[in-house]
Design a protein around this ligand. Structure first.
Ligand code: ARG
Length: 465
């Protein structure tokens, strides 16, 4: 039997292989709610424009509601022979309401239908990711306030650089997440135009009202060019690009958690809730959740890359290649959402070891810059010269195997006679962080202010400063 939805001119049924490569129901069934919402908006518009009768529209809407609840409770039978979600819904509608179902497809095509459905779907994804990122920021800002005074080593080149506070470090990720949310919101604005009514590619001869269906579906306006409307997938690409950048941020943080929790480093501990054991080595506590967040980034970036490759050679307008836009994107969105939730959980869970952090912060002469700054401020030395003098004092400390504050003042004076015992005050890690009061700096007082501001903004639902 040929396909009853489009098989008028066909005599044979498709080959089983044809069906295998063509079928998309396993993926686009996830668009069922959007597909039904768009069909209801379309039917109501058709009736308002006198294209179908009010009675047909009423039956169509009722039938679609029945299908929505059938799918919702799992009693709907998805048929592979019907290819995709659009034809599965329409075919069931015909069973429920008879021939009037056939009027629903007036003045539209699966091409504008799928573009509409997927825009609605991605819009929901954006809203979900935004809420998840807000919760992540809230968890970070809460811990940052708690650890505004906790001193840890700051790194460049993964070498101990200068002391920072743990709170300051956590707030860096709040800023990244704020930019991520901004990128998703920005993409949402461009996404929020309706392709519905572009029909197959050229528009339609029926007197449809595209502004009405756009409004009914929460879009800002209809898309202005029918060819563009059915063939554009920028909205997926943009959101995958935003998702990739967000995933990279999470991955960098996950990598830090892996480093911090390594017994070699031991700055932070995760509880049993976010670690796993080894089946052979009884002592192991593995940060699997962080490792998997790091790995899922590959899936997200892969989906972006995959869709860019699908799209890059496609002439206008709709090409079946575009059916491949959904699976990777849906998996990527799921991976990102899970990664955000996992990181939020770990942020709440992680327990820094303040003693060890403080000791590590002082290792590697991390307050050398503070010594140089003291020479500049107190002795009015040019910074370059102060850098050189400090370098010699560090070399002396290294030769004696002591920390900077343990170098005897007399030994420092052999290098620079004007140094006094006053200098010792700036060599502790606490005084180092306390002195970094420049805007955006790591001073505990700054960190407290920033953390409180973020918590206030987040509680008010603001995205950025
Ligand atoms: N399943 C298709 C997709 O996801 C729907 C559009 C099909 N259009 C067509 N002319 N075959 O892209």
């Amino acid at each position: 039997m040929s396909n009853k939805m489009w098989g008028g001119r066909f005599e044979q049924s498709p080959d089983a292989i044809m069906e295998d490569i063509n079928v998309s129901i396993d993926v686009d069934r996830h668009l069922y709610a959007q597909d039904i919402a768009a069909s209801k908006a379309h039917a109501a518009m058709l009736a308002a424009q006198g294209i179908i009768t009010a009675n047909d529209a009423k039956n169509i809407a009722k039938g679609l509601d029945t299908i929505l609840s059938e799918i919702g409770r799992g009693s709907f039978e998805f048929k592979r022979a019907l290819e995709d979600i659009h034809m599965n819904v329409e075919s069931r509608l015909a069973e429920l309401i008879g021939p009037a179902a056939g009027r629903l497809h007036t003045a539209r095509s699966r091409n504008d239908q799928v573009a509409t459905d997927f825009r609605l779907y991605v819009r929901d994804v954006i809203d979900g990711v935004d809420a998840a990122l807000a919760a992540f920021q809230h968890a970070l800002a809460t811990r940052a306030l708690e650890h505004a005074d906790t001193v840890m080593p700051g790194f460049t080149h993964l070498q101990t650089a200068q002391p920072v506070t743990f709170g300051h470090h956590l707030l860096a990720y709040v800023e990244m997440a704020a930019r991520d949310r901004g990128r998703f919101q920005d993409a949402r604005k461009r996404l929020n135009e309706s392709p519905l009514g572009a029909a197959a590619l050229a528009g339609t001869s029926f007197p449809i009202d595209r502004a009405a269906t756009a409004r009914a579906l929460g879009f800002d306006r209809p898309m202005a060019n029918s060819l563009d409307a059915v063939s554009d997938r920028d909205f997926v690409l943009e959101v995958l690009a935003a998702a990739s950048i967000a995933a990279v941020h999470l991955s960098r943080f996950a990598e830090e958690i892996v480093i911090w929790t390594s017994p070699l480093v031991g700055l932070v501990r995760l509880s049993d809730k976010f670690t796993t054991g080894s089946s052979i080595m009884p002592q192991k506590r593995n940060p699997d959740a962080a490792e998997l967040v790091r790995a899922k980034t590959g899936r997200v970036i892969g989906a972006l890359n995959g869709l860019l490759i699908v799209m890059k050679g496609l002439p206008l307008a709709y090409q079946k290649d575009m059916q491949e836009d959904k699976q990777g994107a849906m998996e990527a969105f799921a991976a990102l959402s899970l990664a955000i939730r996992a990181m939020t959980g770990m942020v709440g869970d992680l327990a820094p070891d303040p003693e060890r952090m403080k000791r590590a912060a002082g290792d590697g002469y991390a307050t050398a810059t503070d010594l140089a700054d003291w020479l500049v401020r107190t002795l009015k030395m040019p910074f370059r010269e102060a850098h050189h003098v400090t370098g010699r004092i560090v070399a002396r400390a290294a030769a004696d195997g002591v920390a900077l504050h343990e170098v005897p003042i007399a030994a420092m004076q052999e290098i620079e006679p004007r140094i006094t015992a006053e200098v010792l005050k700036v060599l502790s890690v606490e005084s180092s962080v306390r002195s970094r009061t420049s805007y955006g700096g790591t001073a505990p007082k700054n960190v407290r202010t920033q953390a409180k501001n973020w918590l206030k903004r987040l509680e008010k639902g603001h995205i950025s400063g």
